[in-house]
Design a protein around this ligand. Structure first.
Ligand code: SF4
Ligand code: SF4
Length: 459
């Protein structure tokens, strides 16, 4: 049988080395650093090039064993990827069920980039509908039915909104958390942090143990973007609430929603936390998130595309977690742990098992689709499913003609389906979002980090 270069070889020239490439195999998960000669050899295999590059017998065997050389035809490889993608998808559907309480659709902020306000404006008028105790009990019944064996679903439940931690909803949040704690769950909340002080007694390591709070910059910038509907200002109260939560050992991720106008604010927020001594108080980290352009009619926002966003992070040496550093970490961990890279065929839990319970008795899968009744995947009173769930849970890279043939597929995982739907009106994987360029940057960063890891081990 004749040998050929696998169609799923990713070879990235390492910017810091004259003659080195990183090879990553798209479906075996192998990762290696090789010379230019090996890359030239791989390119020549199966072609009529008698004077082409040569490699030693040992290298040849390694190239075969790690999948870079294959006897499979192109179509056989595609079929292999399709089968593997479906198997991985099945596994994730069994192992990765997660549950979210969308406590209320209402919010006390009026942020110019809120995707929910856009969805909700075009949908039902949600008003101030909030969970009742009766509906909480029904949701927990549904969790035990849907989740099955506790070892097979996440033990952390997320509180989401609108704003999940509005002071006026304190009693029902307390009921959700206390009941969940008795059932063996812990909680995290995605909150704007404004009313957090009203939930002080829930801020403990066995209840509300983790928070994601958005701070968009120093006071002047933040208050222009995170607008409280009455006071119009929110910065000072949020910053003081972060201290309160840190003192109670709650883990905090401060999310900064970045467009071009506030990217430089990342370092200012960090400096502020240093000056206030917050890093010594507890577990605090800053995370940058790129704002997606949902065609907001707002001239105060200046959206970055993925490449512009990557470039800005590169300029500050990837100091804060971002897309590139996330991929680099995956590659780096595989090398330092001496394990193959974990592969996945789905981009997010909406394709496998996220269940977002709302106060109306409806269940959604996608976080950015909540409130739009067309996207209801099921109901929990009683538990029943709509065709939309099947549609979401059918999606993995195998169903896309392009993705299943793409060497990046098990890393990119087909991209965000909601964004693909918004950008191209197509429901399914295929939101490339400059993934090959992002992977290139990530590979170079991983190589740099690997050297740092090796150095540390040597010391
Ligand atoms: S489809 Fe996209 S927006 Fe929806 S939950 Fe997944 S990653 Fe988030
Ligand atoms: S979305 Fe694009 S980059 Fe990602 S797997 Fe599909 S074809 Fe490849």
């Amino acid at each position: 049988m004749s040998m050929r270069k696998s169609s799923y070889v990713i070879d990235v020239k390492l910017d810091s080395e004259a003659d080195k490439y990183m090879l990553v195999h798209g479906y075996t998960g192998a990762i290696d650093v090789v010379s230019e000669n090996v890359v030239a050899y791989l390119d020549s295999v199966g072609k009529q090039q008698p004077d082409g590059a040569q490699v030693s017998e040992a290298t040849l065997e390694a190239l075969k064993a790690r999948g870079y050389l294959t006897v499979k035809t192109e179509e056989e490889e595609v079929e292999h990827v399709r089968k593997l993608a479906n198997l991985l998808h099945q596994k994730d559907k069994i192992l990765h069920k997660s549950f979210v309480f969308l406590v209320a659709y209402d919010c006390n902020f009026r942020c110019p980039y809120c995707y929910e306000s856009k969805v909700l404006k075009d949908s039902r008028q949600w008003s101030r509908k909030v969970f009742t105790k009766e509906m909480v009990d029904k949701a927990y019944d549904a969790i035990s039915k849907i989740g099955g064996d506790k070892r097979l679903h996440y033990s952390q439940i997320v509180l989401y909104g609108g704003e999940p931690l509005l002071a006026r909803n304190r009693e029902i949040v307390k009921y959700i958390v206390n009941k969940g704690k008795d059932l063996g769950y812990r909680f995290m909340a995605i909150t704007n942090g404004y009313d957090l002080d009203a939930f002080e007694d829930l801020l403990t390591t066995d209840k509300l143990s983790s928070l994601q709070i958005t701070v968009d910059g120093s006071k002047e910038i933040h208050d222009q973007r995170r607008i409280h509907y009455q006071t119009k200002t929110s910065f000072d109260k949020i910053i003081s609430n972060i201290a309160l939560a840190l003192e109670r050992d709650v883990e905090i991720t401060v999310r900064v929603n970045n467009d071009a106008n506030n990217f430089n604010e990342l370092s200012k927020i960090e400096q502020l936390f240093r000056d206030l001594g917050y890093y010594g108080k507890g577990n605090l980290r800053i995370h940058s998130a790129r704002l997606f352009d949902y065609k907001y009619n707002n001239r105060r926002l200046s959206f970055l595309n993925q490449l512009e966003y990557n470039k800005l992070h590169k300029e500050i040496a990837y100091k804060y977690p971002c897309t590139v550093s996330g991929i680099a970490q995956t590659l780096c961990r595989a090398v330092t742990d001496k394990k193959r890279i974990n592969l996945s065929s789905t981009y997010c839990s909406a394709q496998t098992g996220s269940h977002i319970f709302d106060p109306f008795g409806d269940i959604y899968g996608c976080w950015e689709d909540v409130g739009n009744v067309e996207n209801i995947i099921g109901h929990y009173d009683p538990v029943e499913w709509t065709e939309i769930k099947e549609l979401w849970h059918y999606q993995n890279i195998a169903v896309s003609f392009d993705c299943v043939r793409c060497k990046y597929a098990f890393f990119c995982r087909g991209g965000c389906i909601a964004h693909e739907k918004h950008k191209r009106g197509v429901f399914g994987p295929g939101f490339c979002n400059s993934y090959p360029d992002t992977f290139h940057d990530a590979t170079n960063l991983a190589y740099k980090k690997m050297h740092e890891c090796v150095k540390n081990i040597d010391q």
